[in-house]
Design a binder for this molecule. Structure first.
Ligand code: SAM
Length: 472
């Protein structure tokens, strides 16, 4: 840390007056939509880029919301009487707040001042970023008894889980993050059990129905920032989490975590990440979202966090990735089965844009295994209600000639794929009432095929459509 690195506030000292701040926020009508209206819809971009002038201008008013937002969101001067004394130092609020909308919820997240691109402290507790929302979007939101948020930071995943969990435990190695999570709970009027400790140490011997984790997954040399660098070799922190999280997963429970994994020279990267699941007793689903060349990976992280020291750190980091062909990023989901089926792991490359939330796909993915391992001809399959059939037709002398049909999911992972007219007809008939074998018999006779030939041709396609969730 250089001498100019800003001193950090003590979030524990803010806790005592948190109820007073919560009451002020409520009185003022604090919400993410109120902030959008006050600051303008592009205000998050201004904040990220440190362009405060437009935001200071919009919060010149004397209303309570404008004064609170100016102090706690923009970081401008605190007008007298706006905040308790414990929250103010040298005329500025000592912490910052974010109003985060997600899937019908609106949570308030306190975090340290300072953006990632500016110089930050090694123990900085960042606010909610893109990776936080990637995990939130992939988290199943079915009601569960207990949830663990491992590496809670400022508490965003724990706050969102609170809405659908009987109890939530939030853990972090950084004592300041634990204090921030307690502060977040107080500001949101919820109860959270926040504990300090390394990885699974604070919860050994306990089990949870849902485990979520946005861990310090970045593959970097050394341990520069607690929120980003685990200090492990390569991607070892991610493989360790995949191996150990099952020890705290209740039977039937699910885990969702963000990971990086390395594609090493001379090794198959997919096989490498799939091998992490061996011996865990869990089904696994790896959803690959990105694959970056080492130089691009380093550049992206330096821009995100160490912009001021880019040139000093670039060579050291790229050298540390010697032998790495690419770095993959994705979401790992796990499921502890209770039906005795042998664990299975699947990797999907998802490079299409997904729906804003797709956590329900995680539970559905594992549930479909029962179908795929059973006799599909006996199943009464149902077409997903959000599937649409798109037709492309070419003009001919005889009018429009349909030459291409595309199935498209409108929700979830938004898979798409071509289908022939027979397949399209079969899918439309899948309304959950008829066994697939019966539907196939009708299709076979209309196509002039034997039922066995029709099954041989169609079943692999149907299996694929079940695997991707078009049918269930
Ligand atoms: C990328 S941040 C995620 C914060 C938050 N959960 C979110 O989604 O925005 C990773 C968090 O893991 C914590 N952490 C780092 N090393 C850890 C360790 N060994 N055990 C537990 N938590 C750790 C960091 O302090 C940081 O809060």
């Amino acid at each position: 840390m250089s001498p100019s690195t800003p001193a950090l506030p003590d979030p524990t000292a803010l806790l005592v007056d948190a109820p007073e701040v919560r009451a002020a926020l409520q009185r003022a009508g604090w919400s993410s939509s109120a902030l959008d209206e006050l600051l303008g819809p592009s205000y998050r971009g201004h904040l990220d880029r440190g362009e405060l002038s437009p935001l200071l201008r919009r919060t010149r008013g004397s209303g309570e919301l404008a004064r609170l937002v100016r102090a706690l969101v923009v970081g401008g001067e605190v007008a007298p009487g706006t905040l308790p004394d414990s929250w103010v130092r040298d005329g500025r609020a000592v912490t910052r707040l974010q109003a985060v909308p997600h899937d019908g919820l609106d949570v308030t997240v306190p975090h340290d001042p300072g953006s990632a691109a500016a110089q930050v402290h090694p123990e900085q507790v960042l606010g909610v970023g893109a990776a936080s929302m990637t995990l939130a979007s992939a988290t199943p939101r079915a009601v569960v008894g207990s949830t663990l948020d491992l590496g809670t930071g400022a508490g965003i995943q724990a706050l969102l889980a609170e809405d659908h969990s009987g109890s939530v435990v939030a853990t972090d190695r950084n004592a300041r993050a634990v204090a921030y999570t307690r502060l977040a709970a107080a500001l949101n009027g919820t109860g959270l059990d926040a504990r300090q400790g390394d990885l699974l140490d604070p919860v050994r011997g306990e089990t949870f129905d849902l485990v979520v984790s946005n861990p310090p997954f970045v593959v970097s040399p050394g341990r520069r920032y607690t929120y980003r660098d685990a200090g492990y070799q390569g991607d070892d922190v991610c493989s360790r989490l995949v191996q150990e999280i099952p020890t705290v997963l209740a039977p039937g429970g699910h885990a969702v975590l963000l990971v990086n994994w390395l594609h090493l020279e001379g090794q198959d990267g997919d096989e490498r990440v799939l091998s992490w699941f061996e011996g865990t007793g869990c089904d696994g689903w790896v959803v690959q979202r990105e694959l970056a060349a080492p130089e691009d990976y380093v550049t992206a992280w330096l821009r995100d966090t160490d912009e001021t020291a880019f040139d000093d750190l670039y060579d050291e980091w790229v050298d540390a990735l010697r032998g790495v062909e690419a770095v993959a990023f994705g979401i790992v989901a796990m499921h502890r089965r209770v039906d005795g089926l042998a664990p299975q792991v699947v990797l999907d490359v998802v490079d299409q844009p997904t729906a804003a939330t797709w956590g329900e796909e995680v539970t559905a993915h594992f549930a479909r295994r029962v179908l795929l391992e059973g006799d599909l001809l006996e199943a009464r399959l149902r077409l997903r209600p959000d599937v649409r059939l798109h037709q492309v037709a070419t003009p001919t002398a005889d009018g429009w000639m349909a030459d291409n049909q595309l199935l498209q999911q409108e929700a979830g992972l938004r898979w798409s794929g071509g289908v022939d007219p027979y397949g399209a007809t079969l899918l439309a008939a899948c309304d959950g009432t008829q066994k697939l074998g019966n539907l196939l018999a009708v299709l076979a006779s209309s196509a002039g095929l034997s039922q066995a030939d029709a099954a041989e041709q169609v079943l692999p396609v149907l299996r694929h459509l079940v695997a991707k969730g078009f049918l269930s």
